[in-house]
Design a protein around this ligand. Structure first.
Ligand SMILES: Nc1nc2c(ncn2[C@@H]2O[C@H](COP(=O)(O)OP(=O)(O)OP(=O)(O)O)[C@@H](O)[C@H]2O)c(=O)[nH]1
Ligand SMILES: [Mg+2]
Length: 451
């Protein structure tokens, strides 16, 4: 990090009234000073703004405002200078070129934030949340990212790690200084409650984080069922658009038809499929295969049945096929005479009619309910956001589950340490923390062994 980096920090198309060029590093102030007409700037106090011209020798390039921020109270903890120049790519690129000629180097994507992390201003989770904030497509995703940046999520992880450290330290003390502390002798019995507590919290974090991923990416929902039950009608009603062809001929939909809506801040991507049945028609057969694939890969399946027909064998098979999935049943055509009774399912059933627009809001609510996303305004959005973080939390959970199993089997407690450590290290990786020193510090802090 000996180099001084520079890049345009505003939108890459250069549209807008101003552009900001950011420079960070030991030479930031002297490099800018070389091309800036205002010579009081380089000795000015931190966090001040300076007016002047950017010049290429005698030639004026632009009239600018330059912000001076001295280390360490800056985004990167290095000296940072930001040049506010006029909009458009030509001027900004010309200034950037001058900075490079004077010794700055082009910043890599994300390098300012990387420096903030390496210089210890933010941890890994906070750094990743900044990226999430920039990418947030809706208000809920924005709130989640902000919780990451503000350190709320870090606190959650840190608290869990502290509990683990407590256990590990305790075990270490038992191994290294068995004669010292009789009262801290750990046993299967006194370790169990802490382990259970850690497991429950970690499980909650993993589950909620998986659900919260849907806030960012949306939910893919397969609409499946026999031909003619009204799947395409349901898609059209949900989208409020005649997207899929609807006829009273069985086997109308041959290919998948997709469409999205945003409901209460969550993107719902619906996938209408070909009606599932045995068929000799080659095209329809391919369609049916596709329907089954969509059902396998979707986040949620809605099985549509026809209220006006008694249950068929195909319906029964479809009901079975959704049993082990995130799914529910929508019974359509309730405007007609009811002929469908005793539905063999453990899944939630919603009654409605796409013709008379009944049950549609219930259906949308149920989708959010399946992912515990119904009360977003009350929801604490302090969860892990990206796949890296979630998979580390899952690994940690697997280790804790293993510790619990081994503990049940009366394995000596010191044997549990390896898995505990691995869980603790994985949680540490989420926030990008070093661990060995922290552990050592903790042992001595807690047990005062030096005395
Ligand atoms: N009475 C009544 N008829 C409906 C309702 N919903 C759909 N239909 C009718 O049922 C027939 C089939 O509707 P589609 O939406 O094409 O059914 P589908 O499940 O997509 O059928 P395939 O594409 O063949 O698998 C059409 O004639 C619709 O008008 C409803 O709520 N009430
Ligand atoms: Mg259809």
């Amino acid at each position: 990090m000996d180099t001084t980096i520079a890049a345009i920090s505003t939108n890459s198309l250069g549209v807008g009234a101003i552009n900001i060029i950011r420079v960070s590093g030991k030479e930031a102030i002297s490099i800018v000073s070389n091309i800036f007409s205002n010579q009081t700037f380089k000795d000015a106090p931190s966090h001040t703004i300076h007016y002047g011209y950017i010049k290429d020798h005698d030639k004026i390039i632009d009239e600018v405002l330059v912000m001076l921020m001295r280390a360490p109270k800056t985004y990167t903890k290095e000296d940072v200078v930001e040049i506010n120049c006029h909009g458009g790519t030509i001027t900004a690129n010309k200034i950037l070129e001058l900075l490079y000629l004077n010794g700055a180097v082009p910043a890599e994507p994300g390098e300012f934030t990387k420096r903030a992390f390496l210089n210890g201003r933010i941890n890994l989770l906070e750094a990743e949340s900044i990226e999430d904030l920039l990418e947030a497509k809706n208000e809920n995703a924005r709130k989640m990212a902000l919780n990451g940046i503000s350190g709320k999520t870090t606190k959650l992880i840190a608290e869990l790690r502290e509990k683990m450290v407590g256990l590990i330290s305790n075990i270490e003390v038992n191994i290294d200084y068995p004669e010292y502390i009789d009262e801290l002798q750990i046993t299967k019995e006194n370790i169990t409650p802490v382990l259970t507590e850690i497991k429950d919290q970690l499980e909650k974090i993993v589950l909620e984080s998986e659900n919260s991923k849907k806030i960012k990416n949306g939910i893919n929902i397969a609409i499946i069922g026999r031909p003619n039950v009204g799947k395409s009608s349901l898609l059209n009603t949900l989208l409020e658009e005649e997207k899929a062809i609807v006829t009273d001929i069985s086997g109308t939909t041959r290919d998948i038809v997709e469409g999205s809506i945003t409901y209460k801040g969550i993107d719902l991507n619906f996938i209408d499929t070909a009606g599932i049945r045995e068929t000799k028609d080659i095209v329809e057969k391919i369609g049916v295969e596709k329907s089954k694939k969509v059902q396998e890969t979707a986040d949620l399946t809605i099985l549509v049945l026809n209220s006006n027909e008694a249950l068929t064998k195909e319906d029964e098979e479809l009901l079975k096929s959704i049993e082990n999935q995130k799914s529910f049943v929508f019974i359509n055509k309730t405007d007609l005479e009811p002929k469908l009774f005793n539905i063999p399912t453990s899944k939630k059933i919603i009654y409605g009619s796409t013709n008379s627009k009944v049950g549609i809001d219930d259906l949308k609510e149920e989708i959010l309910h399946v992912f515990s996303l119904e009360d977003m305004s009350y929801k604490d959005l302090t969860f892990l956001f990206n796949t890296r973080q979630i998979s580390l939390a899952k690994e940690a959970l697997a280790s804790i589950n293993h510790v619990i199993q081994e503990n049940e089997k009366n394995v000596p407690v010191d044997m549990l340490e390896i898995d505990l450590r691995s869980a603790w290290e994985n949680l540490g990786k989420i926030i990008g923390e070093a661990y060995e020193d922290e552990l050592v510090d903790n042992i001595f802090k807690r047990f005062c062994l030096g005395k």
